[in-house]
Design a protein around this ligand. Sequence first.
Ligand code: PLP
Length: 380
Amino acid sequence: FIYLDYNATAPVRPEAVAATTASLAAVGNASSVHTAGRDAASTVDQARERVAALLGCLPNELIFTSGATEANNLAIRSAATHGRSLVVSAVEHPAVSEAAAAVANSVAGKVYTIGVHRDGTLRLDELEEALAASPVLVSVMAANNETGVLNNLDLVVRLAHEAGALVHSDATQLVGRLPIDLSKLRLDLLSLSGHKFGAPQGVGALFARRGTVPAIRPLAYGGGHERGRRPGTLNVPGIAGLGAAAQAARRDLEQEAARIKVLRDRFETEVMTAVPGTRRNGHPDQRLPGVSSLTFDGLPADALLAAMPGLAASEGSACSSGALEPSHVLLAMGLSRDEADCTIRFSLGHATTADDIDRAVRCVTYATHLVRAALHPNTT
Ligand code: PLP
């Protein structure tokens, strides 16, 4: 089995398995004052320091959540102000775009959506136009989940701050895969999800820069956990795993990114040579090292994936209400519906090996022959 779907979720790193298992074997609510509780609280403190070290922020600027969906909602809901607009890009994950739409609706604001170029990079002209409306928040993802395309967050922050807007970035796909330093990159809010870089599923964090975000307004009513910003008993085993994954990712980051990029580039070159009519989506360089979005001319992604049951990857369409909808990301980049339907996202990560790539190239090539022969018998 070849796993090339790291953007959906990554295998849990051994360090995270060990930390989560040790925490599961212990007892203690991090809010309790007895020894067991204090031990749980110190596990959480250690994890908070490790995540802060990965991001270059202060530990107390982090709020642990159930993942990036919750972090995105918390950020957008907290920043929204009555009557003021929000700006999001057209290629955001629904956890940002849907949250922005719902929040703007409830505070009678407007959402401006900024388009992207054919290579998936942000239309800065549209950002500047939207900033003229004095939005309260700009939310632009760090790296796109379908194409891996990276945004120039330094520039977005500069332009947005000049216009008096806060900046949030959904950095779910970037954290743990490429370096980020929040002591230099002056984002106000950032979301992450642990399972994308080797922590267990169901744990993440919101970074809220001290002193710049007016107030984090909890999404639920409850106790005073996370300094009143996220009520509910902390997921200590998950948080322990998140901390361990952050520490391991930070240690291996540069070496891992370079190794993965070599594998990804080889995968693309070999597939594109073996399968005529294959196109790569997204900016050639300004993208995550482990992501490859490929459009196979005339070959539907669902048929291709069915023809390679030993390989896990994702199609460029998502199942919504029972029907396959083409990816809004690929459509925003100007691909046709047919092209989006013929697109597969392969995503590599920390445990991907050269042997995986050799086998993946063979699998993909074989699947394209099978599907082409079935669909276009006269052309093979
Ligand atoms: N944002 C992006 C860019 C993602 O890729 C994902 C997960 O696919 C999320 C947010 C949501 O993460 P989670 O489901 O862990 O909350």
